[in-house]
Design a binder for this molecule. Structure first.
Ligand code: ADP
Length: 161
């Protein structure tokens, strides 16, 4: 059974993340979405909220138990090993992502040679989309409902600034 880990901060989980999760799921038996704790001052959602919203968002993929969502606050390769994952999935939007992902992949390979990093190119409609862009639009009162899954849009609408 091929298990992959899709790690990230997912603050918040948006349509670009959902697209990567869907495409990765087609390549493996089980996909674990690992929500990194990443304590950051301006985080939109707590780790617990990000886990809940990510799980609710991927339910739309009708994955029949093939996706699980879990939080972690350790080295990604250690979390992957603990989950039995042999593949780490990442998404690539542009050359800026490439430089960062290349360095991360080399580091992860240095730390854990038994784990492969698999990068999927972002699909065209999502190449401009980032969680930081969503956070910025939200903080300025803009409408992000076409950029994020419905459950995330609802959670944002319920927030009080
Ligand atoms: P990070 O892991 O740096 O905190 P995120 O949680 O936002 O970043 O994203 C997790 C993963 O999803 C990363 O591999 C990132 O490159 C990828 N990703 C982010 N936005 C998109 C997008 N619009 N399309 C495809 N992949 C994306």
């Amino acid at each position: 059974m091929k298990i992959a880990l899709y790690p990230g901060t997912f603050d918040p989980f948006h349509n670009g993340h959902l697209n990567i999760a869907q495409r990765a799921l087609a390549l493996v038996d089980h996909l674990i979405i690992g929500v990194y704790s990443a304590p950051r001052k301006q985080s939109l959602f707590s780790q617990a909220e990000r886990i809940r919203l990510t799980a609710e968002a991927v339910a739309a993929l009708n994955h029949e138990g093939r996706i699980s969502v879990d939080g972690y606050d350790t080295l990604t390769v250690n979390f992957a090993r603990a989950c039995g994952a042999t593949v780490i999935v990442r998404g690539l939007r542009n050359s800026v992502d490439f430089d960062y992902e290349w360095q991360m992949a080399q580091t992860n390979h240095f730390l854990a040679e038994d784990i492969e990093v698999m990068c999927l190119f972002a699909n065209e409609p999502f190449t401009f989309l980032s969680a930081s862009l969503v956070r910025e639009v939200v903080s300025l009162g803009g409408d992000v409902s076409r950029l994020v899954p419905e459950c995330v849009a609802r959670a944002i609408a319920d927030m009080h600034f």
